[in-house]
Write a protein that binds this ligand. Structure first.
Ligand SMILES: [Fe+2]
Ligand SMILES: [Fe+2]
Length: 220
C-alpha cells in the first residue's frame, strides 16, 4: 500500500467525531509523557494497523481506537510493564464512553491480546482478525532499523526500572535476540516483516556479544 493511501484511510476514519476526539485526547496526553511507548510509537502502530487491517479485511472502526489506546497500561501502571495489556484492557473503558458496551468489550479484548508472542513470554492468543491485526501492527514496530532503535529504547527503559538485566549491554543484546523470534499472526504482517528483514537481530545480537567478550573477560 502506498503511503498516501494509508494516510487517506486514516483521515477518513478520523472524520468520525468520537474517533477524532479520542485521537486528539491521546495526542495531547502522550505529548506530556517522556516514555518509550510514546505518541511516535502509538502512531507507527496505528499506521501499521491501517495497512494490515485493510489487507486482512479487519474492522478498522474497532482496530483504530484500540491502536490509539493499546499501551495506556504503561501510563496507568508504569512499574509493571509486563502486565500493561491487562491494565490497558480495563483502563480503556473510561476513554470509550461514546462507544457501545459491545464495542467497548471488543476494543478491550483487542488491547488485552496485543502483546505478541516470543519465547519466555506468555500471551493471550489473539483470535479475531481485529485482535490479530493490532497484535501484529504492534510487533512490526520491532522489525527493521526503526524497530531496532525502538527495541533498544524500550528495553533500556525497562532496565532503568530494574527489569531483567536490561541495564547492561549484554542484557540489551539478549533482548534483541529474543525480539528476533517474534511470531506474527497475519499474512499481511509477514509480508511487511519480509520488507523489514534488515538488520538481522540475530546477527546484531551475536556481534554485540562477540565484541563484549573482551570486556567481560576482565577479572579483578
Ligand atoms: Fe504494548
Ligand atoms: Fe505498543
Amino acid at each position: 500500500m502506498d503511503n498516501d493511501k494509508a494516510y487517506r484511510i486514516l483521515n477518513d476514519l478520523l472524520t468520525e467525531p468520537r474517533l477524532g476526539r479520542l485521537y486528539s485526547a491521546m495526542k495531547t496526553m502522550y505529548s506530556e509523557l517522556k516514555i518509550s511507548h510514546n505518541w511516535e510509537h502509538i502512531m507507527r502502530v496505528t499506521l501499521n494497523a491501517v495497512v494490515l487491517g485493510t489487507e486482512e479485511n479487519a474492522n478498522l472502526r474497532l482496530v483504530i481506537p484500540a491502536a490509539l489506546l493499546h499501551d495506556i497500561g504503561f501510563v496507568t501502571n508504569p512499574s509493571e510493564p509486563k502486565k500493561h495489556n491487562e491494565y490497558g484492557a480495563s483502563a480503556c473503558h473510561s476513554y470509550l464512553t461514546e462507544w457501545s458496551e459491545a464495542e467497548r468489550k471488543k476494543i478491550s479484548d483487542i488491547i488485552l491480546k496485543h502483546k505478541g508472542k516470543y519465547p519466555g513470554y506468555t500471551a493471550y492468543e489473539p483470535s479475531t482478525p481485529e485482535e490479530k491485526v493490532l497484535c501484529d501492527a504492534d510487533q512490526i514496530d520491532k522489525f527493521g532499523w526503526v524497530g531496532l532503535l525502538q527495541v533498544i529504547k524500550v528495553y533500556a527503559e525497562y532496565g532503568s526500572i530494574g527489569y531483567k538485566n536490561f541495564d547492561t549491554l549484554r542484557g540489551l543484546a539478549e533482548g534483541i535476540e529474543e525480539a528476533s523470534h517474534i511470531e506474527l499472526y497475519t499474512d499481511a504482517a509477514r509480508k511487511m516483516a519480509e520488507a523489514l528483514k534488515e538488520p538481522s537481530y540475530h546477527e546484531v545480537s551475536k556481534s554485540v556479544l562477540a565484541e563484549l567478550a573482551f570486556y567481560e573477560g576482565w577479572k579483578d
